[in-house]
Design a protein around this ligand. Structure first.
Ligand SMILES: O=C(O)CCC(=O)C(=O)O
Ligand SMILES: [Fe+2]
Length: 222
C-alpha cells in the first residue's frame, strides 16, 4: 500500500461531472417560433415513444414521438457549432449521419435513467443533441434533463444505488440545445402540465450524430 492509498478514506468522494455543452437562443426567436408551431401541428403523427428495440415500456418511458419530423434548419445550425462541441466533448463527428425525432412530454410524462447508446443498443450514436421548444411563459413545470455524474463516492459498489448518485439538472428552456456523450446516464424528470393541452407540452427534438452503418448502405445499394 502506498502513502496515497492510506490517505484515501473510505468515504472519500470522486465526483466526475459529465460535460454538457448548452447553448441558449440557439435558432433565434423567429426560427424557434416557426419550429414550435410545426411541432404543435404534428399532433396527429405522434405515437407512444419506444426504448431499445422499439418496445413501448411505460414504466421506463412515457411520452409521444414523431419519427419523421423534419427540422433541416436545426441540423444546419448544429453543423455550425459541431466543431466546438467535438472539441469540448473529445469526440469526432466526421462522416456521421444525423438521426432524430420529435418527442412530446405532457402531464405525467417522463423518461427514466438511461444511456442513449451501449455496446448492445445503438452503438453507432457518437453524440447526443436535445433541442427544446415550448410556449412562453413555460406552461409546465418539471421536465428537467437530469445528467448523472460519472463516478460515485468511493465507498459504493461500482454500479452503485441510484440514491447514491449525484447529478445536475438542466432546464428544458425554449430555443436551447444541449450536447453530451450518448454514454452519459440521464433522464427526463416528470412533467407537470396541469392543463394537459397538447400545445402546452414540453417539445424536444432529440437526436444523434451516428457513424454510418455499412450494412444498411449495402442493403440500400442493392
Ligand atoms: O428530452 C430530453 O431532455 C432527453 C430525451 C432523451 O433522453 C432521449 O430521448 O433519449
Ligand atoms: Fe436519452
Amino acid at each position: 500500500m502506498t502513502a496515497t492509498d492510506q490517505r484515501l478514506s473510505t468515504d472519500a468522494i470522486w465526483r466526475l461531472p459529465v460535460t454538457v455543452c448548452r447553448i441558449t437562443q440557439f435558432l433565434g426567436e423567429a426560427a424557434a417560433g416557426a419550429l414550435l408551431e410545426r411541432a404543435i401541428a404534428s399532433t396527429d403523427a405522434l405515437k407512444p415513444s419506444t426504448i431499445r428495440d422499439r418496445e413501448v415500456v411505460p414504466d421506463i418511458r412515457r411520452s409521444r414521438s414523431y419519427q419523421d419530423f423534419a427540422a433541416p434548419e436545426l441540423l444546419a445550425a448544429i453543423d455550425e457549432v459541431v466543431e466546438a462541441v467535438e472539441h469540448t466533448l473529445g469526440v469526432s463527428c466526421r462522416h456521421t449521419e444525423p438521426s432524430y425525432s420529435l418527442n412530446v412530454h405532457n402531464d405525467g410524462d417522463f423518461y427514466g435513467p438511461h444511456q442513449d447508446s451501449s455496446a448492445e443498443f445503438s452503438p453507432r450514436r457518437l453524440l447526443t443533441f436535445v433541442y427544446y421548444l415550448h410556449r412562453t411563459p413555460r406552461p409546465f413545470t418539471g421536465g428537467e434533463l437530469r445528467v448523472f455524474d460519472a463516478a460515485l463516492p468511493l465507498h459504493t459498489e461500482t454500479t452503485g444505488k441510484w440514491e447514491e448518485h449525484t447529478w445536475r439538472d438542466w432546464p428544458p428552456e425554449h430555443d436551447s440545445i444541449v450536447f453530451f456523450l450518448p454514454s452519459a446516464w440521464h433522464e427526463v424528470r416528470p412533467v407537470n402540465c396541469p392543463g394537459k393541452q397538447h400545445a402546452d407540452s414540453r417539445f424536444a427534438i432529440n437526436g444523434w450524430l451516428c457513424s454510418p452503418d455499412p450494412t444498411a448502405r449495402a442493403a440500400e445499394a442493392g
